[in-house]
Structure formats: C-alpha cells, structure tokens
Design a protein around this ligand. Structure first.
Ligand SMILES: Cc1cc2nc3c(=O)[nH]c(=O)nc-3n(C[C@H](O)[C@H](O)[C@H](O)COP(=O)(O)OP(=O)(O)OC[C@H]3O[C@@H](n4cnc5c(N)ncnc54)[C@H](O)[C@@H]3O)c2cc1C
Length: 497
C-alpha cells in the first residue's frame, strides 16, 4: 500500500535542492520515491514508490457539465480517455444540485450539446429541451452522461477524489486520488480540469482568483417539493401584491404548467419578500435572497431560495457549516409554504440536493482572461474557439446581477490554458474569466461547450505530441467545426449544427 506522508522538512529539502523529476521516473509503471507529488497545493515527497494504476492519453478531472463533453470529444478524436469523478454518478452540478434549468439551450447549441439535447427525447426521459422549456430532468442527466461516456469507451473512475498531482517541471504527469481502494495514481499525457473548483490546477500550483476581494457568490441548496396543487397556488398568487412578482407563475399555470409531463415551467419571483414578516415563526428563513422555481415533474416545484454568504466552497470547514445552515433554511421555507401558502397544504419535501451548490470558487488564471467588457461589447477574437452567451448570473451579497445583453462573445483559446502550466486545459466554471463574466460563462450551456473545446484540444495535443499551448488554433477550429461546433460568432450565422 502506497503512503504519502506530509513532512515539512523533506518538502524544504526538495525545494532547496530544486530537484525536478522527469517522466523517466515513471518507468515500470511506478512513480519513483522522491518524485514530486503535490497534495493540498503543497509539494510533498513520496515516502515510497507509488504504483501507477494506469496511463492514459487524456484524463478528465470531474464528470460534470463540462467534463462529460471533454471526455467524449477527446475519445471521439481517438484518444484513450479516463474520467475521474468523486461521486458515484456523472452529471455534476446539473445532477447533484438537482438543477433542471438549461436556459439558453434553444438559441445556443452546437456539437455534442446538440446531441445531448436530442438524446433527452429519444431516450424517453423528457420532452426535448430544444423544442420547449429549456428544462432537463436532473435524474436523466446521470443516465444520459453515463450512456454518452460508455458509447465513446471512456473509462469511468467513479468514487475517486482527486487530492494531488505528480509534476514533471511545469507539466502535470499524473493525478493522485483517494477512494475506498486507497491512494491511486493515474498518469496521462494531457489533462482537462473540469472539477468546477479547479482542483487539479490548484494542486499543480496554478494561479487563481476567488470572487471579489475573496467574497464569492452565495452557495445554495436546492430542494424539491412534491404534491403541490398548482391551481390553488395560482389562485392565491393572483391576489398577492405585484412586488412579489408572481404574474409569470399565474400565467404559466393557467397555460397548463406543472400539470403533466412536458409542462415544465420556470418563474423568478420575490416570494422571499414575505420572509421578514414570518421570521419570528421560522427563524431559519433565508436572508438577502430571491425565490426562483422550476417545475419539471407534474405537481412538483424545484426551489432555489436558500443562500449562504461569506463561506468558501473549497474549504471543508466552510462547506460543513454551509450544509448544516442551508438544510435548516430549506425546511424552514417548506414549513412557511405549507402553513401559509395555498396549494402547499399536502406538500412535502421530496429531496434536497446532495450537497451545497457552489456558484463560484477558484477561477484559474489563463493566458487570457475573458472580461465583462468583452462580454458587453460582444467582442470577436481571431483565435476564438467557442461562443459564450452573455447572460450574467451573479449572486453577490450586495447585488444579484442578471444583466448582460443576451448576445454572444467569442472565447479565445487562451482562456483554456492555465498560466504557467503545461499539459492541462480547464473547462467549465473554473475557466479564466473575471468575476462577472464568469457568472455567465459558468452557465451550463457555456460550460458544456467549453468541455468540447478542451477535450478536442487535449486529444489533438496528444496526437501531435505537442503541448496544448503550441497547437495552431486554426487546426483546432477546423476539427471543432467538422463536428458541428460553433467556434465563433461568425460561425453562428450558419445556424444550428
Ligand atoms: C444553486 C445553483 C444554481 C444554478 N442555477 C443555474 C441555472 O439556472 N442555469 C445554469 O445554466 N446554471 C446554473 N448553475 C451553474 C451551473 O450548474 C454550473 O456552473 C455548471 O454546471 C458548472 O459546470 P462544471 O463542469 O464546471 O462543474 P460541475 O458540473 O459541478 O462538475 C464538476 C465535477 O467535478 C467533480 N469533482 C469536483 N472536485 C473533484 C475532485 N477533487 N475529484 C474528483 N471529482 C471532482 C464534481 O463531483 C462534479 O461532477 C447553478 C449553480 C448552482 C450552484
């Protein structure tokens, strides 16, 4: 059994010696003693040889919104691909935050995202999000992602938590995982960090930003309430003051929303404005929030209103506090609804998300950082490899910003390349953007498409025996386009692939 022990003295010795081990030390499928392992962002020395469990062309870290398309794209290009995921299922935030809202999908789909959206209906797990609603049942995401990974023969390592990396100069050469099987080491020629939190890049020592002056957007625990009588709810809602913003709910319900399969709807209300009046009775009701709901299953609401600020999604102590507080908030909201709002009399909480949803944590600094001004101006870049919908979604304590122009901005290749690191690309939420731009980039349609870019680039780099940074962008664009992907705003004029 390989063990790595953290010894500050040996760290210092190594650092002073300046010794950097190369890939030669992996001969025989073993990470040699003395190789740099990096755990919790700090270099440590292997106490003894660590067995190399397997070696791949491309390893994708995280099997979520951006990880799945990254793995599929790399495998489609002929790479031997593994996907390492901490949970026992794929789907990322869409699945574990029971997050059904794939807004923008109708206007914004190409490449693998189009295939995924079409699969929803053909697999029989809901109406096509391309035809109506922009909703996808979160449970369906798990089986669809898994099916797509299997189709491309992606090796799935579920229940594997990435806790470190093996470095070879500036290059990551392996990831270290912890699991029921103990510590394992997986090598690859190229990596995609699709962990949301940028865990791989963090362990490799990449630079990152974290919110505005350390203040990140709120974490939230979504929950589902079942057995809601939508007609009674709408009758109650239409007599409420306009400041509660319930008109959309009433309209959607009158049009049949929430009453049958395919009758998904969404409303963004201010029911939370009632919370202060009821805080004496339900002290755990959330503060500084809003009340946003989706209905994807008949007679059910998926509610997004719990919130906690001033805690970090990459700090385990903060996460523990968040889970406890947010769960109390969810049950307080449900009690408030059941005891005070018509239509909820028979309701019950069916499910809370399996973890606090993290909207913002580490944003890795790339060769280029996409910024709010780029978004506002819909800037075009000659080395663009993706388009991003400019619809912000920033849940800051001071200001909930859903601005943006609803248009598109080009995404230059440099945002995918963590500064100072070779052999790694980022995808999804941790990709290099400023705070507000990132709140738009992290949306699922954009995060998903970024995965296709990163995976395609990783496979191309392996195939050409180059580092991702050295790839000619026109070649990457050609491959993406051949696969029906929109690489820039100009491509969009040709219509959906
Ligand atoms: C409460 C909430 C509501 C939201 N609402 C919307 C919305 O309405 N519309 C919208 O488009 N977007 C919404 N989002 C944002 C969106 O869901 C995410 O930004 C997007 O899914 C991020 O994709 P990703 O691939 O970067 O990360 P994820 O989808 O989170 O995937 C990361 C994967 O990596 C795994 N992982 C993480 N760390 C490790 C590790 N160390 N080792 C192994 N595996 C690891 C995770 O388990 C996960 O599967 C919301 C987010 C939250 C939190």
């Amino acid at each position: 059994m390989h063990q790595v022990r953290k010894k500050s003295s040996s760290v210092q010795e190594l650092a002073l010696g300046g010794q950097v081990f190369s890939r030669r030390h992996f001969i025989g499928g073993t990470v040699a003693a003395g190789t740099w392992l990096v755990e919790c962002g700090q270099p440590i020395q292997a106490a003894q040889s660590a067995p190399m469990d397997a070696d791949y062309d491309v390893i994708v870290c995280g099997g979520g919104t951006s990880g799945l398309p990254a793995a599929v794209a790399a495998a489609r290009a002929g790479a031997r691909v593994a996907m390492v995921e901490r949970y026992g299922f794929l789907g990322g935030n869409a699945a574990f935050s029971i997050m059904p809202c794939w807004h923008g999908l109708q206007e914004h789909h190409s490449g693998i995202l189009t295939k995924f959206a079409n699969m929803v209906e053909s697999f029989g797990v809901g109406p096509s999000p391309l035809k109506e609603g922009s909703h996808i049942e979160p449970e369906a995401v798990k089986i669809l992602f898994q099916t797509m990974a299997e189709e491309q023969k992606v090796r799935m390592y579920l229940h594997h938590f990435i806790t470190g990396v093996v470095m070879d100069g500036n290059r990551v050469s392996a990831v270290v995982t912890e699991s029921k099987s103990g510590r394992r080491v997986f090598g690859a020629k190229c990596f995609v960090d699709a962990s949301g939190d940028g865990d791989l890049c963090f362990h490799a020592g990449a630079k990152f930003n974290m919110g505005v002056e350390g203040e990140t957007q709120a974490m939230s625990l979504r929950f589902r309430v079942g057995y809601v009588d939508f007609d009674r709810f709408a009758n109650w809602a239409q007599n409420q003051p306009a400041e509660l913003n319930l008109e959309r709910l009433v309209r959607e319900v009158r049009e049949g929303g929430g009453k049958g399969w395919g009758k998904a709807f969404y409303f963004d209300s201010r029911l939370d404005r009632l919370f202060d009046q009821f805080r004496d009775r339900y002290p755990d009701l959330p503060k500084d929030t809003y009340f946003n709901c989706s209905s994807i299953r008949p007679h059910e609401l998926s509610i997004n209103t719990t919130r906690i600020y001033d805690l970090k999604g990459t700090n385990a102590d903060d996460l523990s506090k968040a889970e406890v507080a947010l769960r109390k908030q969810a049950w307080a909201v449900w009690r408030f609804l059941k005891e005070n709002v018509s239509g909820f009399e028979e309701s019950t909480i069916i499910e809370t998300a399996c973890q606090a949803g993290v909207r913002e944590s580490r944003i890795i600094v790339g060769d280029y950082m996409l910024n709010t001004d780029d978004g506002a101006k819909g800037r075009e870049f000659p080395d663009s490899v993706q388009t991003c919908r400019v619809q912000f979604d920033s849940h800051d304590k001071q200001k909930y910003d859903t601005g943006g122009n609803g248009g598109f901005v080009d995404v230059p290749y440099g945002v995918f390349l963590p500064k100072g690191l070779d052999s790694v690309l980022t995808a999804g939420r941790c990709t290099s953007c400023d705070h507000l731009m990132n709140s738009g980039f992290r949306r699922m349609e954009n995060a998903f498409e970024s995965g296709e870019v990163a995976g395609t680039a990783a496979a191309l780099a392996v195939n050409r025996q180059q580092m991702p940074r050295s790839l000619p962008v026109p070649d990457l664009k050609d491959i993406l386009r051949k696969n029906g992907f929109k690489t820039c705003q100009a491509d969009r004029t040709t219509g959906p692939a």
